[in-house]
Design a protein around this ligand. Structure first.
Ligand code: AMP
Length: 280
C-alpha cells in the first residue's frame, strides 16, 4: 500500500494504477463504518484509494476541529489489512496552499439542517470533495448514508458540475445497541456512550410509527423528540427533521422516500444520525 503525502506523489502513483478506481474519502479515526466503504470499494474496483484528511474548512468556529480524534498509524494498518492500494494523507498546506480561496457552494441543499447549525460546513465539504475528486479522478466515490445530507450535497455537486464519477452510498453501520458508528463516539464517556443509544432508539421508534401508518411528519418528529427528552444526558437537540430524501425539503406528510434525521448533543459531543422512510 502506497502512502502519498502530496498531490504529485499521488498523481504519479495513479498514472500506473488499473481502472476502475474507487475512492473512499475519510477524516481518519477509522472504524467499522469506514471499513464497510473500503470493502465495498474493494469488491467493485481494481484499484482502491482512501484519503485521510481532517478538513479544517468544514469545521465552524464552535466545532471540535482541535479535539477531533486522530489515529493515523492505526488507520494505515487497517487500510492495508482491508486491501487499499493507495492512501492520500495530505497536510493542510498541501490541500490549501496560501491564496487558495475558491469555494464550492451547492446552494439551498447545503444551507438547511446541518448547514443551518454548522456555519459554512457544506462549503467546506463540497470544496474538499471536489478537490479530492479532481486529484484522484475516481470512477466511483464511496460515502456513508450515516451522513445523509452530505451524500445529497455531493450528489447535487456531481450532477450540477457534470463530474465523471459515480457516487455510491453505503448503509450505516451500527453498534450492537443501534448507535451509528462515528469517530466522535470515541470522545464520549462511558455514561454518555450508554446514553447515546437513545438517538437511534428515537429514530427507529418514529420509523415504526410511520410503518404503522402515521404519515403526519409533526407526529413522527414529536415521537422522536419525546424519546430523546427522556434521556437526561441529551443536552441539546438541534433538529429532528422529516425531509424529502432527494431535495431535503421539509415534509408535512410523508409521501415517497423521506429521510428522518436528527442532530443531538450528548454531554458536549454532537452526534448525527438518520433513517430512511421508504418501502424498500
Ligand atoms: P468521516 O471520517 O466521518 O468524514 O467519514 C468518512 C466516510 O465514512 C463518510 O462518507 C461517512 O458517511 C462514512 N461513515 C462514517 N460513519 C459511518 C457509519 N457508521 N456507517 C457507514 N458509513 C460511515
Amino acid at each position: 500500500m502506497l502512502v502519498a503525502r502530496t498531490v504529485s506523489e499521488l498523481r504519479l502513483a495513479l498514472e500506473t494504477a488499473q481502472s476502475p478506481l474507487g475512492l473512499v474519502p475519510t477524516m481518519g479515526a477509522l472504524h467499522a463504518g469506514h471499513l464497510a466503504l473500503v470493502r465495498q470499494a474493494r469488491s467493485e474496483n481494481t484499484t482502491v484509494a482512501a484519503t485521510i484528511f481532517v478538513n479544517s474548512r468544514q469545521f465552524g468556529s464552535h466545532d471540535d476541529f482541535a479535539s477531533y480524534p486522530r489515529t493515523l498509524e492505526q488507520d494505515l494498518t487497517v487500510l492495508e489489512a482491508e486491501g487499499a492500494d493507495l492512501v492520500f494523507v495530505p497536510s493542510d498546506e498541501e490541500m490549501y496552499p496560501s491564496g487558495c480561496e475558491t469555494r464550492v457552494d451547492v446552494g439551498r441543499i447545503g444551507q438547511v439542517l446541518e448547514g443551518q447549525f454548522r456555519e459554512e460546513h457544506f462549503l467546506g465539504v463540497a470544496t474538499v470533495v471536489l478537490k479530492l475528486l479532481n486529484i484522484c479522478r475516481p470512477d466511483r466515490v464511496y460515502m456513508g448514508q450515516k451522513d445523509g445530507q452530505q451524500c445529497l450535497v455531493v450528489r447535487r455537486m456531481v450532477e450540477d458540475l457534470n463530474l465523471e464519477t459515480e457516487l455510491v452510498t453505503v448503509s450505516t453501520v451500527r453498534d450492537l445497541d443501534g448507535l451509528a458508528l462515528s469517530s466522535r463516539n470515541a470522545l464520549l464517556t462511558d455514561k454518555e456512550r450508554s446514553a447515546a443509544r437513545v438517538i437511534s432508539q428515537a429514530l427507529f421508534a418514529a420509523k415504526e410509527m410511520w410503518e404503522s401508518g402515521v404519515k403526519d411528519a409533526d407526529r413522527l418528529k414529536q415521537h422522536a423528540r419525546d424519546i430523546l427528552a427522556g434521556e437526561p444526558l441529551v443536552t441539546q437537540v438541534d433538529y429532528v427533521s422529516v425531509a424529502d430524501a432527494r431535495t431535503i425539503e421539509e415534509l408535512k406528510i410523508v409521501q415517497g422516500r423521506a429521510m428522518l434525521s436528527t442532530a443531538v448533543k450528548i454531554g458536549s459531543i454532537r452526534l448525527i444520525d438518520n433513517v430512511m422512510l421508504d418501502t424498500d
